[in-house]
Design a protein around this ligand. Structure first.
Ligand SMILES: *Cc1c(COP(=O)(O)O)cnc(C)c1O
Length: 424
């Protein structure tokens, strides 16, 4: 965007902003409106949102049903503290989530971000074992290629070499790191790791079917089934982080439904509120929740974020669940999958492209180089696509129509093709 086309708030405010994952001089595009799959920039240009607002806006931006639900809530109150006070949106949402998620999930702990919902899952798991009289079980197993958040408790669960927290290597007590058990040799290795450390390990944490921020790495449901068996064999809890994959992204409402192997604890966020407001949930299966009915001192989860179960966010989340009930989101995700498979396929032939992979409404093109230099090319083509690492990817809103999706895939093919030719 030309400097003279930027609004004054942008020019005067940017020296005060500390941007995410970036140096201070990182570029940002001023947005003045977002509706459906389109972002409108201050200079009047429109971009098609190919990343669904960091994987959250499953119904697109500003969906009228969600906006109305939030406006109605705002007429009553925007939030009330959740200790000692109750509100309808959170209670209805908790009940709906326990009914919606397959398996005997009986309790929901709300928080305001994905990272915190993972921290809560870790504390639930550790306290579960304290209540059971096994105080030593406080460590966690995580997988190479994984990503579970940016907070101090979740950073050690991220891939230590390729993940974005590499600079913290050795600073905090590490998780036990393993390869995803995608083949018999890796299953045997994990079996040994769990066996050797069973009395120290509280839980294993994994992103079901797709490791997102660690590089859009996809794997089959049988790996989850194997993982469930290994955890049961060694008396270790299993946590699924469905913060990215939940709410239709992989073609089923929750990715783990494709494996039929449920976790003990489940983390949800990102698309939970349809991308409208910060909200996350940690769900516990009946045996975990029941353990907290004991009178053991550890049977109180010592956690309570100030803005937990925000009423505006819960209103949006309830409205989002209405849309999943009424509208064919999963069919839409599968139609996106078919179109991504067909239209990203040409990338495979370009020199320097290592892989093209698609799962549900996620399409990824992996290059043999870092992609930072490609970022500017996308807005120039009228689309909002933001590559990271060696990955150029699309995670569009599930409501995108085939013509807009084709504009996204065209842009990816064109930019990758141009990159491929220029590197020769
Ligand atoms: C985004 C993400 C998180 C972290 O969520 P925040 O809301 O950014 O804290 C954790 N796990 C997965 C799988 C994610 O995609």
């Amino acid at each position: 965007m030309r400097e003279q086309d930027t609004p004054s708030w942008f020019r005067t405010g940017r020296s005060a902003i500390w941007p995410p994952y970036a140096r201070f001089d990182a570029e940002a595009l001023p947005v003045v409106r977002a509706a459906g799959v389109r972002l409108t920039l201050a200079d009047g240009r429109e971009l098609i949102d190919g990343v669904a607002n960091w994987w959250t806006a499953c119904h697109g931006h500003s969906h009228p049903h969600l906006v109305q639900a939030m406006a109605d809530q705002l007429q009553q109150f925007s939030h009330v503290m959740f200790a000692g006070l109750a509100h309808e949106g959170a209670y209805r949402l908790a009940e709906r989530l326990t009914a919606l998620v397959p398996g005997d999930f009986t309790r929901v702990f709300f928080s305001e971000s994905g990272s915190v919902s993972v921290e809560v899952a870790l504390k639930m798991a550790a306290q579960y074992w304290m209540i059971a009289g096994q105080r030593g079980k406080t460590r966690f197993v995580a997988f190479r290629g994984g990503y579970h958040g940016d907070t101090l408790g979740t950073m050690p669960l991220c891939d230590p070499e390729e993940g974005m927290h590499a600079m913290y290597a050795g600073v905090f007590s590490p998780a036990l790191l393993a390869d995803l058990p995608t083949d018999p040799a890796r299953q045997a290795a994990l079996d040994r790791l769990l066996g050797d450390h069973a009395d120290e390990i509280a839980a294993v944490i994994v992103e079901p079917l797709v490791q997102g921020a660690g590089g859009m790495r996809m794997y089959g449901p049988q790996t989850l089934t194997a993982l469930r068996e290994l955890c049961d064999r060694h008396g270790v809890l299993l946590i699924y982080d469905e913060i990215f994959t939940g709410f239709g992204r992989t073609g089923s409402l929750f990715a783990f439904e494709q494996a039929g192997a449920a976790p003990d604890i489940l983390c949800l966020s990102k698309a939970l509120s349809g991308g409208m407001a910060p909200l996350a949930a940690t769900l516990a299966r009946r045996p975990i929740a029941q353990a907290f009915e004991s009178d053991h001192p550890a049977a109180v989860l010592m956690h309570g974020p100030t803005f937990m179960a925000g009423a505006l966010a819960c209103a949006a989340a309830n409205a989002s669940l209405d849309l999943f009930e009424r509208e064919p989101r999963l069919e839409q995700a599968l139609a996106i999958e078919r179109q991504l498979k067909a239209q990203l396929e040409p990338c495979r032939a370009f020199p320097g492209v290592i892989d093209v992979r698609v799962k549900g409404a996620i399409g990824a093109v992996e290059l043999d180089q870092e992609t930072d230099g490609l970022r500017r090319a996308f807005p120039e083509r009228g689309v909002w696509v933001r590559p990271f690492g060696r990955i150029v990817y699309l995670t569009p809103p599930l409501i995108i129509d085939p013509a807009d999706l084709a504009r996204l895939t065209d842009a990816v093919v064109a930019v990758v093709s141009q990159w491929s030719r220029s590197r020769l």
